[in-house]
Design a protein around this ligand. Structure first.
Ligand code: HEM
Length: 254
C-alpha cells in the first residue's frame, strides 16, 4: 500500500488534550483489563477514578448546561417544552414527587430537545483513541498504517450537512420529529456516546439521570438567562465540554 501522509484537523483540540492525558505516565490507562485481576493496583485505581470522575460526573454536567442554555436562548423551543411538561403534569402523566424515567421518555418534544442538545453540543468532543489494526486502512485517499492511534470528533460528524441537513449548525429539536427514515439515518451516525464496542457503558444511566433531573427542573421552575453584560457564556469544547459564566435565574412556579 502506498504511504501517504495523514493528518488530524488541529482545530480538534480535544483530541490533542486526550492524547496528552493518556500519554502522561502516571495517568496512563493500564494495558490489561482491571476486571481480570483480583486486586486493583495503584495505577488501576487512579485510572478508574479519572475515568469515572471525567466520564460519569463531567459528562452529565456538560449536558445539563447546554440543554438549559439552548432551550432558554430559543423562546419558541422553551415555550413548547414548558407547554408539553405542564400538559403532562395536568393530565396526570407525571408521577409525584418525581417523574419516572419511562414517563420522561414519553414526552416527544422533550426527547427531541435531548437528542438535539446531544447532537449540537455533544458533552464529549472526542471518543477514546483506538489503534488501527493490521494491515492499516485507507480513508479518503490517505493510508493510515497499522498501530496508529486514532480518534474521531463527534463535533465534526454531528455537523455533517449530508446527514443532519443544511441547517446542521443550528439548534432545532424539530429535526428529530420528522419522518422515521430521516430520524433513523441521523441515529445511525450519532456519536455522542462514542461508537462500537467501546461505546459509553454509562449511557443508559446517564439518560436516566439527566432526563429525570431536567423534567423536574422545567416542571418546578421558570428559567431565564441571567448572563451578566460583558461576561457572556463561555463554552469550550474540550474532551469534555467546559462552561463559564453560565448565570441562570430560576423562579419557582406557584
Ligand atoms: C451525558 C453523559 C455522558 C456522555 C455524553 C458520555 C460519553 C462518553 C463517550 C463519548 C465515551 C467514549 C466512547 C468511545 O470511545 O467510543 C465514554 C466512555 C466512558 N463512559 Fe461515558 N458518557 C456519559 C456519562 C457516563 C456515565 C454516567 C458513566 C458511568 C456511570 C460513564 C462511564 C464511562 C466509562 C467508564 C467510559 C470508558 C469506557 C471504556 O474505556 O471503554 N459515562 N463516555
Amino acid at each position: 500500500m502506498e504511504k501517504k501522509p495523514y493528518f488530524f484537523d488541529p482545530s480538534v483540540f480535544s483530541y490533542n488534550y486526550l492524547f496528552l492525558f493518556t500519554k502522561t505516565p502516571s495517568y496512563r490507562i493500564p494495558s490489561y483489563n482491571p476486571l481480570s485481576i483480583q486486586t486493583l493496583n495503584d495505577e488501576a485505581v487512579r485510572a478508574e477514578t479519572i475515568i469515572f470522575m471525567s466520564a460519569a460526573l463531567e459528562g452529565v454536567a456538560a449536558f445539563i448546561s447546554p440543554f438549559i442554555n439552548n432551550t432558554i436562548q430559543h423562546p419558541s423551543v422553551y415555550a413548547k417544552l414548558c407547554a408539553e411538561i405542564t400538559h403532562a403534569e395536568n393530565s396526570g402523566a407525571l408521577s409525584s414527587p418525581v417523574a419516572t424515567y419511562d414517563e420522561t421518555c414519553r414526552l416527544p418534544y422533550f426527547m427531541a430537545c435531548v437528542y438535539e442538545t446531544l447532537r449540537h453540543d455533544a458533552p464529549a468532543q472526542t471518543i477514546l483513541p483506538r489503534y488501527v489494526s493490521e494491515p492499516g486502512i485507507e480513508a479518503h485517499g490517505f493510508c493510515i498504517p497499522a498501530a496508529t492511534e486514532m480518534a474521531a470528533s463527534p463535533y465534526i460528524i454531528h455537523r455533517d450537512q449530508d446527514i443532519f441537513g443544511e441547517d446542521a449548525d443550528e439548534f432545532k429539536p424539530e429535526r428529530w420529529m420528522g419522518d422515521q427514515e430521516r430520524r433513523e439515518r441521523m441515529e445511525k451516525y450519532r456519536m455522542w456516546f462514542g461508537y462500537g464496542d467501546r461505546e459509553c457503558p454509562g449511557k443508559t444511566f446517564a439518560h436516566l439521570e439527566f432526563q429525570k433531573l431536567l423534567v423536574e427542573i422545567f416542571r418546578r421552575f421558570d428559567i431565564e438567562s441571567a448572563v451578566i453584560p460583558g461576561k457572556g457564556l463561555r463554552h469550550e469544547r474540550w474532551a469534555v465540554a467546559m462552561f463559564w459564566n453560565h448565570w441562570v435565574q430560576f423562579r419557582e412556579r406557584l
